[in-house]
Design a protein around this ligand. Sequence first.
Ligand code: PLP
Length: 412
Amino acid sequence: MAGRNFLFVPGPTNVPDRVLRAMMVAMEDHRSSKFPELTLSLFSDLKQVFKTVAGQAFIYPSTGTGAWEAALANTLSPGDKVLAPRFGQFSHLWIDMMKRLGLQVEVIEAEWGEGAPLAAIEQALMRDRERQIKGVMIVHNETATGVTSDIAGVRAALDAARHPALLYVDAVSSLASIDFRMDEWGVDLAVSGSQKGLMMPAGLGIVCASPKALLASREARCARVFFDFADMQRANADGYFPYTPSLPLLHGLRASLDMLFAEGLENVFARHHRLAGGVRAAVAAWDLQTCCREPRWLSDTVTAVMVPPGVNGAHVIDVAFRRYNLALGAGLSVVAGKLFRIGHLGDLNELMLLGALAGAEMAMADVGIAVVPGSGVGAAQQFWRRTDPVPKKRVARSEVVYASHSTGSINA
Ligand code: PLP
């Protein structure tokens, strides 16, 4: 199909040309004396993205799932009790992993479309007088439902119960696009991957561990080899890895961090917030609902759009892909067929997103959903024009030349 594929799944996201170019490198010796110049800066700069001073960042040739496993296996022992709310496919999969690693999981069930249930978490922690719960696991941004949970609220629940459990947060689809404050929120293990806010291909699993988590790792008895913090700490201290790292991805990460810092992290978050506002305006104009149940949980990186009864969301996605070369995210598991997702994170601006909204609108109309063509696109345009001041008029050089010619001067 001619033209670019419009990639609007909530990860992998569009990889900026600068990052693509940075990854086109000849292979180097990863044991050379020069190699640490690249890696040491990555370890320290990643901490800025997690907003931690005290934490330590680990980069694994892996994905978000590997980073989940690294966080759990390094800090817990088989039989340990942990507390985890389940409110979407990714919290579900993480819980499944916890069980398969031999942990005893107290699951708090919540509706898909809700955020982490703070009161229930606090009550469970209060009930645990013996302090058997070793960890509380929360998915910050549930990519399956477009829901962002209140991590500061989870920390407050732990503090209210005076509970010493470690706080584990999945920041896979929030890091570098929604504000994440590891130190301020007292997060002990923050987990992410390269293919979302970091604007890279999949292939890096990233974990940031607090000093308390690193201490716990010394006693933890879950088996780990590839993911072992201790091996990583020994090698990383001088800028090396205990195995062969992916050189192109590390160069890509360098370019991605440079781009994020050049824009400024707070500006990156504000851009995502504003872009998400336009998508939400479009959904309202289509007269459809988001899967997210309450405005306070609305995600700035992904919007899950419920399709009307009798329509299969997979049909919208299929038509969007085959007819308009637009990739939308599928409904997963419990919400399969009930929704489609628009990813709006990473290297993205208004006009790119208008293309996705236009394509979604056409595909919805094609499968019989009663949306008025242009309604969502128009609403998003209005929203973005309203929320960004019009730039001051700048006089172009050509106008100056033209004006001076018309008054007779030839030296303008
Ligand atoms: N957690 C969340 C919130 C995700 O969105 C994903 C993937 O989309 C994962 C974990 C798993 O990450 P990966 O597919 O990189 O293993």
